[in-house]
Ligand binder design. Structure first.
Ligand code: NAI
Length: 359
């Protein structure tokens, strides 16, 4: 069995589409619809190969299942990835061709924004499908999900500080932020307002410089940011930020950020625990954006207040996970996965009994 087939295990459906007319090359992976239709962002990224894109879609869609389940949402996990450089290849035709693939799934997958796509891109996707969410408010959506994601991460940092430092007051703490994109720069703004000392790094020097100028942050290089002299390390760039070497070099007592799939290796959760580092499971702390977009599916339309109230439950969920991790002697990632899996099992059993066809 190839690695890809191993990664695909447990997924319900994987669609690979190459629309020659538009130049679209995409993968949509549906990991689970046990709790409801799958929903996940659309990543537009210059993958080096189709296999790399497929592997990313498979990993990310599975993570979405856990994220939705842990957040208490009636949604399953799915993810779309489009191969290409967003600056060069993101044309109207590609986005609309992608919308047609989404539409062909008949509502089993709802597309939202992710790295490389924006609410206005999703409005273009929505011209071809009823199943695009996270568009601009002018198109009936709730707008940029990074606002709610950053708000959830900010509240999550307070829960981490409470657990590790005995107070949720962040003033005077030092936070190192990897990635000054949509989430990272908003998180920097929220932390700056709380008198947190910031260090930031981004592969795009302009993005890092912008945060430095606005929020009096120090700038370091992407290769050094995890080694910064900080209380909290916050990964907000791409996945796989935490491998054996990086964890060995970390100086922070807490790792908490929005980046999906931060643990690069199966043993990474245990390694963090052994080192005494409190890790906020990425799929729990970064659920704010998903909560915001899923709220658009409410029969009455989106409500900022309702979504914000749900984002405010993130610290309580994290505190419960930290306690469970200590009580059961397992790492925090494993504790969070248990919670999500228990909920999927319990709720899908109810679905099975009430929707079974009458013989
Ligand atoms: P973004 O694309 O706006 O920002 C990512 C930033 O990271 C960019 O500025 C990029 O230049 C930088 N970057 C890439 N590789 C880097 C590296 N090795 N070192 C330092 N910087 C690097 O993406 P966004 O929306 O801010 O998302 C950030 C992370 O959070 C992603 O992993 C995303 O999947 C995750 N996430 C985002 C949500 C959202 O609502 N936007 C929701 C949940 C998770």
């Amino acid at each position: 069995m190839t690695d890809i087939m191993r990664l695909a295990e447990g997924h319900e459906q994987v669609v690979i589409a190459a629309g020659e007319a538009a130049g679209l090359r995409c993968v949509i992976a549906i990991h689970s619809t046990a709790l409801g239709p799958s929903l996940g962002g659309t990543r537009f990224y210059p993958y080096r190969s189709g296999n790399e894109a497929l592997a990313d879609a498979l990993r990310l869609s599975k993570a979405m299942t856990y994220k939705a389940a842990a957040a208490g949402l009636d949604i399953g996990g799915g993810k779309g990835v489009i191969i290409g450089d967003p600056l060069r290849d993101k044309t109207e035709a590609v986005l609309r061709a992608y919308g047609q693939v989404v539409e062909s799934l008949g509502g089993r997958y709802y597309a939202a924004c992710d790295v490389g796509t924006s609410p206005s891109d999703l409005a273009v996707v929505a011209r071809e499908t009823r199943f695009a969410r996270g568009t601009d408010p002018a198109y009936g959506g709730s707008g940029d999900s990074a606002i709610s994601t950053a708000a959830g991460v900010f509240l999550g940092l307070k829960a981490c500080a409470q657990f590790r430092f005995g107070t949720e007051d962040l003033a005077g703490l030092r936070v190192a932020i990897q990635g000054a994109g949509k989430v990272g720069r908003r998180l920097a703004g929220l932390l700056h307002a709380e008198k947190v000392h910031l260090t930031v790094a981004d592969i795009d020097p302009d993005a890092a410089a912008c945060v430095a100028e606005r929020y009096a942050a120090d700038v370091t290089t992407p290769g050094e940011i995890h080694r910064a002299d900080a209380d909290i390390y916050s990964p907000n760039a791409m996945g796989g930020a935490l491998d054996e070497r990086i964890i060995g070099e970390l100086r922070a007592a807490v790792v908490a950020g929005a980046a999906n799939n931060q643990l690069a290796e199966p043993g990474a959760g245990d390694r963090l625990r052994e080192k005494g580092i409190l890790y906020a499971p990425d799929f729990v702390i970064s659920a704010g954006g998903l909560i915001q977009v899923v709220d658009e599916l409410h029969p009455g339309g989106p409500s900022e207040e309702r979504a914000a109230a749900q984002v405010e439950t993130i610290p309580k969920r994290l505190a419960g996970i930290f306690e469970m991790s200590e009580r059961d002697g397992v790492n925090t990632d494993k504790a969070a996965r248990r919670l999500a899996e228990d909920r999927i099992r319990a709720v899908s059993r109810i679905h099975a009994s009430w929707t079974r066809p009458v013989p």
